[in-house]
Write a protein that binds this ligand. Sequence first.
Ligand SMILES: *[C@@H]1O[C@H](CO)[C@@H](O)[C@H](O)[C@H]1NC(C)=O
Ligand SMILES: *[C@@H]1O[C@H](CO)[C@@H](O)[C@H](O)[C@H]1NC(C)=O
Length: 273
Amino acid sequence: MVFASYLLALAGLAAHGAVAADCTRDVLAAAASAYLAGATAGKPPANLATTNFTYIENDVALDISKGILASPISIDFNRTFLDTESCGAFIEFNAASNKKPYVVVVRVYVAQGATTPEITDIEAVVTKDGDWAFNAAGHLAADKQESWPAIPDAKQDTRAVLKAAADAYLDSWGDGTVSPPFGTTCSRIEGGSATGKTGNTCKMPQFPQPFKVTNRRYIIDPVFGAVDIFNNFPFIDKAKPNGTPSTNIYRIEGGKIRYIHELTVCTNKNCGR
Ligand SMILES: *[C@@H]1O[C@H](CO)[C@@H](O)[C@H](O)[C@H]1NC(C)=O
Ligand SMILES: *[C@@H]1O[C@H](CO)[C@@H](O)[C@H](O)[C@H]1NC(C)=O
């Protein structure tokens, strides 16, 4: 029944309202594991696309074998999230016990509709000694105390709700009239320092005006209420007032932000501050 399956395929496309095709969690999870295996071995992942593969580390395009994967990384902890719409996974990993400690958020993409975990793009925010409030051991201890279980289907927020909550937090840094939906407990890990577990310690002071967090790129996993925004953080790095590579990951439950982790790259030690 070739004709019937053709109609079904068309109906499927119409339901998505776009030509872009989703990816399965299985394919994305396999791509993420391949990245972690490569990082552990100090090699590019085995299943990189042979044409047009791109690797970007801290906003600079590099040969993947020249970036952090040039040497084996001893990974202490990771959290991995999957976005079936953007066909990307994001992995936060902590390598506190590595010879050169790192805390990294990396994105691993496959092609739209891919049915195998062939990786087309990898983009990473890599932090190490000298970056903003960097302390891999502090990050590891605080991160391990958090709980990010899967959220039952009926309680999952929509992508729009998750994105709006995450954006409101970044918007609030420069606009005091924006009030992000913080949970009753909301805690942040900034570099390697944690703001504390009691009440809402996520609210940020205002930065000097004008202040706009630009170049926001999103990965959203509604199953875990997880959002990652890669962005360019202005002001903080004295050598890059227009914005330095930065990432914020969020855990959002019932529309409320519970956890935020920020990593920010500095040109000079602690961004010259
Ligand atoms: C690779 O990228 C080029 C330039 O964007 C494009 O023309 C070409 O079709 C791509 N090749 C594949 C196999 O995707
Ligand atoms: C990443 O985390 C998962 C889930 O906790 C774990 O099973 C896996 O071994 C970790 N991978 C690495 C390389 O540490």
